[in-house]
Ligand binder design. Structure first.
Ligand code: CU
Length: 210
């Protein structure tokens, strides 16, 4: 439900039946999500005489997928365990995407991240590399973004065509808990969000960014 609402905000001008994942990271410091939905531009008023066409972007399911830092919490999911550092909204959550949709991942954090994709479970941390593996442009097992500098986006990707669970980690911050699950399924939606931590450095802070 939130997905379609955000279509109009971040993916402009495309006529493709594509989506855009925006990875927004807010690593370190005082938290905040950088580039979050609240800062996105609002549509300009249209003259009353104008015909208001159905926005072309209605065919473009856009998903925000956030990299975040401090105070965004950690969520214990029954399937994926503790997840932190990624969200489609504001705070840690399991991600949900349709099969076969186009996505673009953007790092809006002030530090570099990667997103490495696995099936079957989370890999051993020592096996995770920051090397890029384009995987034929498929956001599925084997895809590795390589380092995404602050503000950098991936090429257009396509989620894998079959339903299934994916396990994603950041090569740089996996040991800090930056890992998440992605449910690929028709009609999938992101899971509940974690309760944000009261302070990034406080004793209650868990997960990536603490
Ligand atoms: Cu990271």
């Amino acid at each position: 439900m939130k997905k379609s609402a955000r279509i109009f905000l971040v993916f402009l001008g495309s006529v493709l039946a594509a989506g855009s994942i925006m990875l927004v990271a807010g690593c370190g410091g005082g938290g905040g999500y950088g580039g979050g939905g609240s800062t996105l531009p609002q549509p300009q008023p249209q003259p009353s005489t104008a015909v208001s066409p159905t926005p072309a972007v209605s065919a473009v399911p856009t998903v925000h997928l956030n990299f975040f830092g401090s105070a965004n919490g950690v969520l214990t999911d029954p399937t994926f365990g503790a997840v932190s550092g990624f969200t489609q909204q504001q705070h840690a959550q399991v991600l949900g995407l349709d099969p076969g949709v186009h996505v673009i991942i953007t790092n809006n954090d002030s530090t570099a991240h990667t997103i490495n994709v696995y099936s079957g479970g989370f890999p051993a941390q020592g096996a995770v590399t920051s090397a890029a593996a384009p995987n034929g442009g498929i956001f599925g097992p084997g895809y590795q973004s390589g380092p995404l500098a602050p503000g950098q986006s991936t090429a257009m990707l396509t989620t894998m065509s079959t339903a299934g669970n994916l396990f994603v980690v950041c090569a740089f911050h996996y040991a800090m808990g930056m890992r998440d699950g992605v449910i690929i399924k028709t009609g999938a939606t992101p899971g509940p969000q974690a309760t944000p931590n009261p302070a990034a450095t406080g004793p209650a802070c868990h997960g990536y960014g603490c």
